[in-house]
Design a protein around this ligand. Sequence first.
Ligand code: SAM
Ligand code: CA
Length: 247
Amino acid sequence: MAANGEEQQTQAGRHQEVGHKSLLQSDALYQYILETSVYPREPESMKELREVTAKHPWNIMTTSADEGQFLNMLLKLINAKNTMEIGVYTGYSLLATALAIPDDGKILAMDINKENYELGLPIIEKAGVAHKIDFREGPALPMLDLLIEDKKNYGSFDFIFVDADKDNYINYHKRLIDLVKVGGLIGYDNTLWNGSVVAPPDAPLRKYVRYYRDFVLELNKALAADPRIEICMLPVGDGITLCRRIK
Ligand code: SAM
Ligand code: CA
C-alpha cells in the first residue's frame, strides 16, 4: 500500500505530458531552478522581453529563461564575438546573445518573420545592444548558400545558434560546418523534441511534434556520427546539442 501511495505521489509530481520547457523530474524542480537562480539574476531587459512574449499567441516558441541564462554564460565563456542566429521569433535568445558579446560583437540574425522580431526590438534597443544585430528577413537556407559562396566567411563564426525549422537542420549543418571556426560552437536547439525522441511509435503526439520528430531523430544520429565535431547534448530547455568543430 505504502509503495502504491508513494508511486501515486511520484506520478502526480511528474509532468502530465513532457513540457517543452523542462525535461526534469517534476515541474516543482524546474520552478525551483527558475525562482532560485534564474529570475533573480535575469537582466531587466530580458525579463521585459519575456513578459511581452508571454502575451504573444506563439509564445510556446520562445527560449526559456533558464536556457537564455545558459546561452549568455556559454557565450561569455567562449569569448564569442562573431555569431549567428537562425530563428529569432521575438528575440529572447538573441538578446541573451547580444548582452553577452562585446560591444563590437556581431549577430547575423535570420528569420522569415520580421514582425515578431520587431515586437522585441524596442526592448533590445533600450538595452543598448541593437547595434550588434544584423537582422535579415527571409528563409535561412538561401542566405547560408550566399554566405558559403564567399570564402572569406569560412571559419568566421565563433558561435551559431540554430532554432528554426527542424526539417532543415541537416541542411543547415552542411553549410554551417564550414562557416563556424575550428574550435567554435554550433548549438542545435530542441534536440529532445518534447521528449518525443523516445516516445513509442503509437504514442499520442501532437501533429507538429510527430511531423518533426523524424527529422530531429535523423539530425541526432547524423551529429553523433560526424567526425568533424565533438558533441554534447544537454537537457536544458527542450534539449540543446552543442557541436564543437574540431576539423
Ligand atoms: N530563438 C527564438 C527565441 O529565443 O525566441 C525562438 C525561435 S522559434 C522556435 C523558430 C523561428 O524560426 C520562428 O520565428 C520562425 O519564423 C523561424 N523560421 C521558421 N522557418 C524558418 C526558415 N526557413 N528560415 C528562417 N527562420 C525560420
Ligand atoms: Ca527552441
